[in-house]
Design a binder for this molecule. Structure first.
Ligand SMILES: [Zn+2]
Ligand SMILES: [Zn+2]
Ligand SMILES: [Zn+2]
Ligand SMILES: [Zn+2]
Length: 252
C-alpha cells in the first residue's frame, strides 16, 4: 500500500473496511492521513464510500434489498457485527419493530379505522390515482406524487427524526425508506443536499471516533484519542474533540 493511501483496515475502529483505492479522491491531499498525530480528516465522499460498502455487506449478509439493509443498519447503529448477531434471532419481530412490516398495534388500529389499502385514490387529497401520478408504499397505503412530495420535503426539516419518518397514513408504522426520500427530493437541490447531510450525520453519529467540524465546513475528523484533544481543521478552526468548543488548551 502506498504511503499516502488511507488504510482503513487497520485503524478504522468500528467499521473495518478498506475503501477502493486508486480513485481521484484519494490523491486529494486533504484526505491524507496525519500519521504523526493519529488524526485524519475525512471528506463526505470518503464517508459515503465507507457507508456504501457497509450497505453492500449488509445486503449480502442478510439478503435484504438496499432500502431494508439501510433500515437495519440504522437500527443497529451501523454495527454489522450486531446485525449478524441479532437480526436473525427474530426476523419477523425485528421487521415489525424497525417499521419494515406493519406492527401488530398498527394493524389493529388501521383495521379499526377501516383504512383502505390499494385504493384507487390518494388517501390524503382523494385525487384519482394511476401509475403515472402515484407511488405504492409497501403497506398498501396509496398517495399521489404531489402529497408525497410535500410530505417528504417537510420531513427533512426535522433533522433528528427525519430518518425515522413513517407512512403518511395515521397509525401506520411503516418506515419511509431512503429511496423514496431520494425520489421525491431529486428536483429540489437544496433539500436533497440537506437530506444527504442528515444521512451522513446518522452514519457518523454512531462512531465515537468521528466528529464533524463545529464550523460546519463539511469535514469530519477521525481519531481514536477521545481526550480533550485539540483539532486543527482544514478550515483552520481549532476545536476540542471532546466538547467541540473552540480550542481551550495551550497547543505545543
Ligand atoms: Zn394526494
Ligand atoms: Zn402505510
Ligand atoms: Zn472545519
Ligand atoms: Zn473541551
Amino acid at each position: 500500500m502506498e504511503e499516502d493511501e488511507i488504510d482503513y483496515s487497520n485503524d478504522y475502529d468500528q467499521i473495518d473496511y478498506e475503501v477502493d483505492e486508486g480513485t481521484e479522491d484519494y490523491s486529494n491531499k486533504l484526505a491524507l492521513q496525519r500519521k504523526n498525530t493519529s488524526i485524519s480528516i475525512l471528506l463526505p465522499n470518503e464517508l459515503i464510500k465507507i457507508r456504501e460498502r457497509l450497505i453492500k455487506d449488509c445486503c449480502e449478509a442478510t439478503s435484504l434489498n438496499r432500502d431494508d439493509a439501510i433500515t437495519v443498519l440504522i437500527f443497529y447503529k451501523w454495527n454489522l457485527d450486531k446485525v449478524n448477531q441479532e437480526w436473525f434471532e427474530d426476523v419477523d419481530e425485528n421487521r415489525k419493530n424497525f417499521g419494515m412490516d406493519l406492527s401488530d398495534k398498527s394493524k389493529k388500529e388501521l383495521e379499526q379505522k377501516n383504512v383502505e389499502t390499494n385504493s384507487k385514490f390518494c388517501l390524503v387529497c382523494f385525487i384519482d390515482l394511476d401509475q403515472s401520478n402515484s407511488f405504492k408504499l409497501a403497506c398498501g397505503h396509496n398517495f399521489c406524487d404531489d402529497c408525497l412530495k410535500q410530505f417528504i420535503n417537510t420531513k427533512i426539516e426535522d433533522v433528528f427524526c427525519c430518518l425515522f419518518s413513517t407512512c403518511m397514513q395515521q397509525n401506520c408504522n411503516l418506515r419511509i425508506p431512503e429511496s423514496i426520500f431520494e425520489k421525491y427530493l431529486k428536483d429540489n437541490k437544496t433539500n436533497m443536499e440537506k437530506f444527504e447531510k442528515i444521512v451522513l450525520r446518522n452514519f457518523t453519529e454512531s462512531n465515537s471516533d468521528l466528529k464533524w467540524c463545529p464550523k460546519d465546513c463539511g469535514k469530519c475528523v477521525r481519531t481514536e484519542n477521545h481526550s480533550s484533544m485539540e483539532i486543527e481543521c482544514e478550515c483552520f478552526f481549532v476545536y476540542c474533540f471532546s466538547c467541540l468548543r473552540e480550542g481551550h488548551r495551550y497547543r505545543i
